[in-house]
Ligand binder design. Sequence first.
Ligand SMILES: Cc1ncc(COP(=O)(O)O)c(C=O)c1O
Length: 385
Amino acid sequence: MQGSPVLKSKLKGGISIFSVVGQLAAEYKAINLWQGAPSFTPNSHLVESAFQAIRDGFNQYSPMPGVLALRQVLADKTARLYGAQYDPNTEITVTAGGLEAAYAAITALVHAGDEVIYFEPAFECYEPTVRLQGATPVPIKIPLDTLKIDWDEVAAAITPRTRMIVINSPHNPTGAVLDQHDIERLTSLTRGTDIVILSDEVYEHMVYDGKAHCSMAQYPELAARSVVIFSLGKTFHVTGWRVGYCVAPAEIMKEIRMVHQYLVYSAPAPFQIALAAVLEDPANYVGLSDFYQKKRDLLIDSMKESSLKVRPCASGFFLLADFTAVSNSTDRDFVLELLRRKRVGTIPLSHFYSDDAPTGKIRLSFCQHDDVLREGGRLLSSPDL
Ligand SMILES: Cc1ncc(COP(=O)(O)O)c(C=O)c1O
């Protein structure tokens, strides 16, 4: 059997670096600084509500766009945080994670011959999903020293075939966040075009050092052409429940729902009901930035003697560390060496680029318990790194 050449090329022989690291990490009982899955116990009210929903018999398909009570509470949340009114009936869809929302949106809106601009390093799903539609991904590199998008380069990359621009802020893996200048340039570059913006905002509640998250939903001109993606898995430490959502104007959402209904039909029903219960109280998620900022600072502090050069991030779960002072290896080999020699799992930054060229950098995740972060930091500070 032939399989999909698109996915094969992305997976470099069929196996993702996440699977390779995951397997070796289990073998070596390694410290987990590689995974973007929070290792914390979820809110007890949330867990109890999920059990209760199962006991109450909510074990069949939910309505295709999601449990209405959840969509209503999400509409309130979006209005309160971003001043945007989305109609729960026609403009909000609950999905099987942010990932499904991205897949459904790209599949619904991008077609053969279209071009999609996105920024590298990039979360891994955008490029293969665009290719699977027979469309052309157009990656633009974010300079790692400034983390600022070069909007003149974006302007030059826009053609009559540009159908979508994918924005990811807060950004995985750099932690960069968009600012007002970015919003202004994006607004003027897309004005008068048919370009749709796919705005992946799954780390919306993890922004540090007093910075505010700029959501595409809060700028009416951009919101009118945007699909905005959020993840309840990331926000409530329940990534395995597979619940996220997207918001978009009704005519765009209609297209997305056509794909969503054949992809999964609906997200898990009891978890939607439980999440609706905890979302009613914003206190259940507004403290996340403080929580994760402390984690970020702890990992940085634990690595202050390390020869790895860590760059503090402004948001999200991840830090980038430059290892060129200690090794000439490719980032992929360095990750494998760290696993074997230090029993610490990390991810090579090259994984987030379509050209896969070595970067001299690795990604460290800090969505872990403090003792894991301290031990990971200690191991990464060994003099014989
Ligand atoms: C940037 C980005 N978007 C989307 C997702 C997927 O989110 P979910 O777990 O809700 O599917 C992730 C997960 O790591 C991510 O980092």
